[in-house]
Design a protein around this ligand. Structure first.
Ligand SMILES: OCc1cccc(Br)n1
Length: 446
């Protein structure tokens, strides 16, 4: 129903002819299962969140990119047993092509980098904010879509890239009022696992699968983890060593167990040293159990968590040095992260940090009688040409209705177009916060 301050329905218009019964096709007004509408209030919060994503990305000198929501299924058909693959929202289109709604943004980014090839000067620093999809049996009633903020650095092999990415997320958290007391980052490196596997002469191509199994360590019983590892060919000895390294609690202990021959310890030490220089040491901690659930990570991995332990991971990312070459591109190092739009809102609610965002306009303009509607339109255009927002009253409404609407839309000023004033080239202006009212010449309106 329209915003009717007085009686319900349409005042003054003739009631329309009833639609013949057979024409009505009553629809479900709710969005499809697992998806969300964004009515104005929710959209204001989303725009506020995305504005912060974009402004932080800009602070770090990243350029915005985007890709189709619909991608070739081939981009996501990794055979490492990932949940993201099991829940792929894929189908055959009318051209018999296998396509999918993207479940993440990184493969699309990799595809575009390869497509652009030599025309890109490295390093590439790109960010995107895009809707991602999964098709999960609604048994768990979880969402099927969310928006993800991604930042990726392509072409930098050093951990300065990971340190920069974590710094960007810390910057974002601080902007929205989240502190190191609310949130931290667990940081590890898959190179630790890789060193254990290679010592036990386990084939390189098993690496992704092993990581995906280990990522489930807090979701399924330990015995099932061991069974799954053995089922993909990991020896009992190697399983025990893997589980041992996952329980390491410090870099010192890690160095004792894996030695400093491999890169993993050195890289992690450098990351923590850079964190100190960036000024976010209090935000990060080493945690060997962090593996992340995407098969293509090859080095440092990290995830943002709420220190009260009430929420799922807020964000996550890491190094993926092999992804571009597996897509047929050059062997270019890369790292990035994904940051969903849902958990962070739950966190803000928990912390009482949701911003006050309401509709606000500079002016509401109203003709005091019907034949001045054109004059009101002229006033609205003059103000809008000056960059002032105007809610123009589009029908002949009683003043009581106008004041009620002015309050609801938080208008600063009420501009009244009355015949006697208009004859003298004037309009009435009322400052709604103070009640102060005066006449202003049209050409002095600002
Ligand atoms: O983070 C996994 C994921 C991917 C796509 C859509 C949704 Br909701 N969640």
């Amino acid at each position: 129903p329209s915003d009717n301050g007085g009686g319900g329905g349409r005042s003054g218009a003739l009631a329309p002819e009833p639609v013949a019964a057979e024409e009505v096709q009553k629809i479900d007004v709710n969005p499809p299962k697992g998806t969300r509408d964004f009515p104005p209030e929710e959209m204001r919060l989303r725009n506020w969140l995305f504005r912060n994503f974009r402004e932080v990305s800009g602070l770090f000198g990243f350029e915005e990119v985007d890709f189709p929501v619909l991608e070739s299924e081939a981009l996501f058909v990794r055979k490492a047993g990932e949940e993201i693959r099991d829940q792929l929202y894929c189908f055959e289109d009318r051209g018999n092509r296998r396509v999918a709604l993207r479940p993440e943004l990184t493969p699309s980014l990799a595809r575009l980098v390869i497509q652009k090839g030599k025309s890109l000067s490295l390093p590439v620093k790109w960010f995107a904010v895009g809707q991602c999809w999964r098709y999960e049996r609604m048994t768990r009633g979880r969402r099927r879509e969310h928006y993800q903020w991604n930042m990726d650095i392509i072409g930098v092999p050093e951990v300065t890239a990971e340190a920069e990415l974590i710094s960007s997320i810390v910057t974002f958290f601080k902007r929205i009022g989240i502190t190191a007391s609310d949130v931290g980052f667990k940081v590890s490196s898959r190179k630790v696992l890789q060193e254990v596997l290679s010592r036990n002469s386990i084939r390189e191509e098993l690496f992704g699968k092993v990581c995906i199994i280990i990522d489930k360590i807090e979701k399924i019983p330990l015995d099932d983890i061991k069974k799954e590892l053995k089922s993909v060919g990991v020896s009992t000895e190697a399983v025990e060593q893997l589980l041992q390294v996952l329980s390491i609690k410090s870099l010192t202990e890690l160095e004792e167990i894996v030695g400093d021959a491999g890169e993993s310890v050195a890289e992690l030490k450098q990351l923590f040293s850079l964190a100190d220089k960036f000024g976010y040491s209090e935000w990060i901690q080493f945690d060997a159990s962090i593996v992340r659930g995407l098969a293509y990570y090859t080095g440092i991995v990290f995830e943002g968590f709420d220190r009260e332990g009430k929420l799922r991971a807020i964000c996550g990312g890491g190094r993926y040095d092999r992804l571009l070459s597996t897509f047929g591109g050059d062997d270019i190092p890369a790292c990035g992260f994904g940051f969903g739009d849902a958990v962070v809102v739950e966190l803000l609610k928990e912390k009482g940090l949701l911003p006050e965002l309401s509709l606000q306009v500079d002016n509401i303009v109203c003709a005091l009688d019907h034949d001045l509607q054109g004059a009101a339109a002229t006033v609205a255009s003059i103000l809008r040409d000056k960059g002032q927002s105007v809610d123009l009253v589009l029908e002949n409404k009683p003043l009581k209705w106008v004041f009620k609407r002015a309050a609801r839309i938080n208008a600063d000023r009420l501009i009244l177009v009355g015949s006697s004033e208009w004859q003298r080239g004037m309009v009435g202006v009322k400052i709604l916060s103070t009640g102060e009212q005066r006449e202003i010449k049209l050409d002095e309106l600002e």
